[in-house]
Design a protein around this ligand. Structure first.
Ligand code: KG4
Ligand code: ZN
Length: 338
């Protein structure tokens, strides 16, 4: 252990996954996660159940992170945790746990914005290449769809976002309508690979400027499925792969149109994607078609959905700048970028 090395424990508990990671500078030594299966049967995250599951998961996950990194708590330089945005009950578990551990070890704590972390995950050492600044950041998850001008590690400005549902939420809600388990995004992606994406046409909501909308598509989709199953009760079963391919194309096309617009208006050709939906294969294929126009960054698969390594890397950058939090900091469900 060199004296200059910085060891950060990252804690993520904003939604339904409890995650802990340990970083040595910008290198990930361990990245552990406990997924909460309980929400599957409810078709979405039940906040009360999520908080309870975080409470029982957090100590085992943190212990596992120390074991896998092969370091002991006394070596930590600081603890970074998700302050928001997210579900308040879930955030409270990670925040208060971090404060308690930080106090007992007498080390600084560092609050992290979850959405900022989805973009800065690209600066983890193992990435083949990290983006230069400035760039257009696109965060696409179950709770957010944002277009962000990123001028430096911690200098970010949201220029547009969804007016209603997030893109991941649209995937999950459309999946629920056709009977898929939560989260439906990965399943739609898988089924769509065999389907015809031109078979069914859904409208793309028209929104001025940098904002985007998804709830109209979801309503149109629901009406289409209801009407079709009235005519043929086996409609979903007979057409599942084509339905998945068609709705996926619509949701991704809507996003690509907005990225194109924002890229043009802001003269930014470096596009950096983050968040759970960046795992989507149709999105990756669509972005490939733009490779001549844009320099595109998509995170490796294990860093697309929620993870604690991304919280740790933001903690590292903030540590270098001495940006520590007060011990009376509180979780913030609607936290904005600073
Ligand atoms: O970033 P994330 O793990 O959690 C939030 O911060 O919300 O994103 C979760 C979202 C879910 O809506 C999930 O359905 C979606 O990401 N997702 C996908 C895929 N993998 C995860 N959506 C489409 N295609 C995928 N392959
Ligand atoms: Zn997320």
């Amino acid at each position: 252990m060199s004296k200059e090395d910085i060891y950060i424990l990252g804690i993520e508990s904003s939604c339904d996954d409890t995650a802990a990671a340990i970083l040595k500078n910008d290198e990930v030594l361990s990245n552990c996660i406990a997924n909460q299966e309980i929400h599957k049967k409810y078709g979405g995250v039940v906040p009360e159940l999520a908080s309870r599951a975080h409470l029982s998961n957090i100590i085992p996950v943190v212990s596992q992170a120390f074991d896998e990194a092969n370091i002991n708590p006394g070596m930590l330089s600081a603890i970074a945790f998700t302050k928001g945005p997210g579900l308040i009950g879930s955030l409270l578990v990670g925040t208060e746990f971090s404060k308690a551990l930080g106090l007992s070890l007498n080390i600084p704590i560092i609050e992290v914005n979850h959405m900022q972390a989805h973009l800065l995950v690209h600066y983890i050492k193992s990435n083949k290449k990290s983006p230069d600044f400035p760039f257009l950041g696109v965060t696409i998850s179950g709770g957010h769809t944002q277009f962000v001008i990123v001028e430096d590690y911690l200098k970010m400005n949201i220029i547009g976002e969804t007016l209603d549902d997030a893109i991941g939420e649209a995937f999950d809600k459309c999946g629920k309508i056709i009977g898929l388990d939560y989260p439906a995004g990965p399943e739609i992606d898988k089924l769509a690979k065999e389907g015809d994406c031109e078979k069914f046409d859904f409208p793309i909501p028209k929104v001025e400027g940098f904002n985007i909308s998804y709830s109209g598509t979801k309503t149109a989709f629901m009406n289409f499925i209801n009407n079709s199953t009235l005519k043929d009760s086996d409609f979903i079963q007979k057409n599942k792969i084509d339905i998945c391919a068609s709705i996926q194309k619509n949701l991704i096309d809507n996003l690509i149109l907005k990225i194109r617009y924002a890229s043009k208006m802001k003269s930014l050709k470096r596009i950096v994607i983050g968040g759970g939906v960046s795992a989507n294969s149709f999105l990756k294929d669509s972005l490939k078609l733009e490779e001549n126009n844009w320099e595109i960054f998509i995170p490796p698969l294990n860093y697309t959905t929620d993870n604690a390594a991304m919280i740790g890397i933001v903690g590292y950058f903030k540590y270098l700048k001495g940006m520590f939090s007060d011990y009376n900091t509180i979780a913030s469900p609607r936290l904005k970028f600073k």
